[in-house]
Design a protein around this ligand. Sequence first.
Ligand code: PMP
Length: 364
Amino acid sequence: LAVKGVQALSPYQPGKPIDELARELGLEPSDIIKLASNENPLGPSEKALAAARSALSDLCLYPDGNGYELKRALSERYGVGMDQITLGNGSNDVLEVITRCFADTESEVVFSQYAFAVYPLVTQAIGARGVCVPARDWGHDLDAMADAITERTRLVFVANPNNPTGTVHTAAAIEAFLAKVPERVLVVLDEAYCEYLTGDDSPDGVRLLSRFPNLIVCRTFSKAWGLAALRVGYSLSSPDIADILNRVRQPFNVDSVALAAATAVLADEAYLERSREVNAAGLKQLAEGFDRMGLKYIPSAGNFIAVEVGDQAAAVYQTLLQHGVIVRPVAGYGMPRHLRVSVGLPHQNDRFLDALAEALTAGG
Ligand code: PMP
């Protein structure tokens, strides 16, 4: 019964839930570590928790459909107008709304090999043609992506940093790419992991918005801000684009608890700083562990890292599960020799590295 594009869809594969694995292994959920979904290992910000709790007293009321307080906080933090912001139920929601607004069955949508799985998914769901451009050194080949644009192209997705590879382009490379893209083609710059980038010269799509009216920057509260369960994402764009997106999104797509927590966490600079520190230390710890084991990995700018474990990656994944460690296989991304592991707390990273060493010695 489903339309053609939808019939051919394979569902997005989330990480295995902790409770499910605990039941299978006869363990307590607290014995399991999940490093599979690029979540923040710190647990939520206390400020966000307090705001979420106090929002519970209004559960019988609809949320603010315009997300006024959150938009105001975002607008102050990033120096954009409130009319440039579109809120979503996670940034996945925003990615889907963008695709529905700007592409149709006649359109082509360009993305990179090894790029975030939701781009081909939303493209296929609306029956547009996905144009997957071969990657270079695991990252987006921006020149080839610009060359792949035809008169049918409506959208280009660029993940910076990209998931699952962790590759990142410099601000200059993104700018040079945007300069090549015709204005009638929208560029969706997905910056889900941008808060982990440090340094004044870090790529930052917001700085480019005033110069490129065809740019949409997507961000999320799920990663460095530690609110994945609440599903809050947003895009920043020209007011004209935001106006269109806001017409199509569901009127109450972000709930009151999520709005309150996201607004509060934006004021918790110390939490963000801790997220960055824990992540930088964890990436180093994992990379050093892989070096000791002689494993190759893709240097990552995100809160995860893809490590090459070889032909036996599927078996290694299963053995890790038996040790109560959940990571993410990335064969579905065309990376059958890699596993992606999210950065955890120091003891979690150690447990993963120990389990990995055992799994590799056991031959998978
Ligand atoms: N973009 C990228 C590159 C991601 O890795 C993710 C999460 N895995 C998302 C967007 C979506 O995140 P969310 O829907 O939780 O905001």
